[in-house]
Each structure stands twice: as C-alpha cells, then as structure tokens.
Design a protein around this ligand. Sequence first.
Ligand SMILES: Cc1cc2nc3c(=O)[nH]c(=O)nc-3n(C[C@H](O)[C@H](O)[C@H](O)COP(=O)(O)OP(=O)(O)OC[C@H]3O[C@@H](n4cnc5c(N)ncnc54)[C@H](O)[C@@H]3O)c2cc1C
Length: 306
Amino acid sequence: MTELDDILLREAHDVLWRELPGLEGDVPLAPLCAYGVGGPAELLYRAETTVALAHAVRTAREVGVPLTVLGRATNVLVGDAGLPGLTVLARNEAHTLDGGILMVEAGAELPGLVSELAGQSLAGLEFAGNIPGSVGGAVVGNAGAYGRSMSDVLVSVHLLDGMTEHVKEPRELDFGYRTSLFKQLPELTVLSATFQLQRGERNALLHEIARDAELRRSKHPLEYASCGSYFKNPSRELPAARLIEDAGLKGFTRGKARVSEKHANFLVALPGATALDIVALAEEVKRRVREQSGYELVEEVRRLGF
Ligand SMILES: Cc1cc2nc3c(=O)[nH]c(=O)nc-3n(C[C@H](O)[C@H](O)[C@H](O)COP(=O)(O)OP(=O)(O)OC[C@H]3O[C@@H](n4cnc5c(N)ncnc54)[C@H](O)[C@@H]3O)c2cc1C
C-alpha cells in the first residue's frame, strides 16, 4: 500500500466512524457465526433499522471500503483472517401485518417470526419455522424445506441496488433451488420483504413446527457447530448426503472438522476447529465424491474472506 492509499483508507474509515454511531473495530466474528470459527471484522456495524442498514451500505460504497452484509451468519464460513472493511449485521427486525400481507425487515429472525405468525393463525411460512437465520438471508439463499421455499410465498422485495432503492417482484429476482439474483450480484442488499399468508388453524400450525423441530433433532447433529447442509443436493432424488455416505466418508475428519456420523451432509466443527479445517474437509469430500460417483458437489455455504 502506498502512502497515498494509506491516507485515503484512513479518511474512508474516519467517514464511517463519523456516519455510523455504534461502529466497532476489530470485532471477533466467530461468536456471531453458526460455525463458531473465523477471524475478526475490521469494522462491525449493527444496523437496527432499515434506514440505518441502507445508510451503512451506501456510506461504505461512497468511500470505497469493502462491504459484507450479514444476517445471522448461519450459512457463511468466515476465513481465519476475518473480513476486511465494513461488516454490517442486519438487525432491523420490525414487521407489519395487513390482513394476510406480511411486510418484514431483513434482520428479523425467521424461526421466531414464523412461530409468532402461527400463534396468530397465519399460515404460509411454517416450512421455515426451524430454519435458523434472518429473513434477508433466507431470501438471498431462497431457503426452504420439504419442497417449499421462500420465493413460493414472496410478493416483493425492497432492496438496495448499488445506491438506489427498488421494490422487485420474485419473477425479477431469478429464484431457484437455494439461489437468487442476490447471490450473483453483491451490489444488491435486501432491506425488507413482503409475503402473502393465509388463515390457518393455530394448533395445527404450531404442531407442524414442533414436529419439524423434533424431526431435525433426531436427524441432524445439532450438538455440534455447523451451517446445516454444507452442499446442495444434486437433485431431490439424489441428496448430497447419500453421495458422501456412499463414498465412505461418514466420520471422516480433517483437523477439527468432521463429516457427521448422523447426517453426512453436515460438516461439523469440533471444538478448536479453524475455518481452514472446514475448507480442507470440504475439498477432500468433493474430491472423493467426484472420484467415487462422478458428481461435482456444489457448496450451499458461502465462503467469505478467503
Ligand atoms: C442447523 C441448521 C439448519 C439449517 N437448515 C436449513 C434448511 O432446512 N433449509 C435451508 O434453506 N437452510 C438451512 N440452513 C442454512 C441457513 O439457516 C439459511 O441459509 C438461512 O436462510 C441463512 O440466513 P442468515 O441470516 O443466517 O444468512 P447469513 O449466513 O448471514 O448470510 C448468507 C448470505 O446472504 C447474504 N446476506 C444476508 N443478509 C443479507 C441482506 N439483508 N442483504 C443482502 N445479502 C444478505 C450474506 O452476505 C451471505 O452471502 C440451516 C443452518 C443451520 C445452522
């Protein structure tokens, strides 16, 4: 870095410190991430309102500082060196209901929201009642379970494209299996989303969410840190877990990262794991599955800061 670069960077950071009250420096991200690994954020800002979220993103862009927007970090693997520039945590959590129309801010925590809706006899999102993370993260990854996903219920997304706010319909956002336009275009930020819900039967909805939680407890290694399924399923008929199991990899370990014995598509972090352990394990799993079956596994979990 030249002396001029250094001065410009310092000036950019000064602007962020001035514009973003509550900004913190050198904040460990591991405790904030489902994987429990990864280095610090150079700068971290918790955006408690949609206005604050949009302002933080715009300011980082204006001054040219690297930017990462996170929800609850349940689908990201942060590298051991951490994240440069500004990391913004979406903590805008308000929602409004107008009949069956739900408008919810990106930072709202999805399982809590879905339970609350079920308690009010509102149906549509119960498939997501046990998907950890935020509404924004779920829209970005088109999170889903049991053949249903966020885009099935979505009416529109209020987003920031570069510096400009828009409202887009799902057909404009390229949704697919665990993907969307947001995954292709990092300049897009989810600010809030609107969903169409229906009247449902309160007890049946609450029972469905509880039964799903029970099923997950029996099938998933929830006692270990993970990001859920690490790889996408090549198809509904061919789950990634089966390919990994057929390659004889259940229990396979690299450093302190392990292919779960309980569910082979969970690459779990044992105590003391590093991000590099998880990456090394994932690469070896991909290599062996490729050799054994010819399938190229594709990550669902997003690597950041590598
Ligand atoms: C135990 C466990 C079980 C899981 N089960 C499921 C499951 O059944 N189905 C499923 O689909 N997923 C599952 N997941 C994965 C995870 O819960 C989802 O992907 C979730 O939707 C991620 O939300 P998040 O807020 O944590 O996103 P993050 O991990 O914070 O972010 C994910 C990506 O979205 C981006 N992002 C986040 N918020 C915004 C925003 N507002 N604007 C722009 N970009 C943003 C981030 O930069 C990152 O690239 C599971 C995870 C765990 C740990």
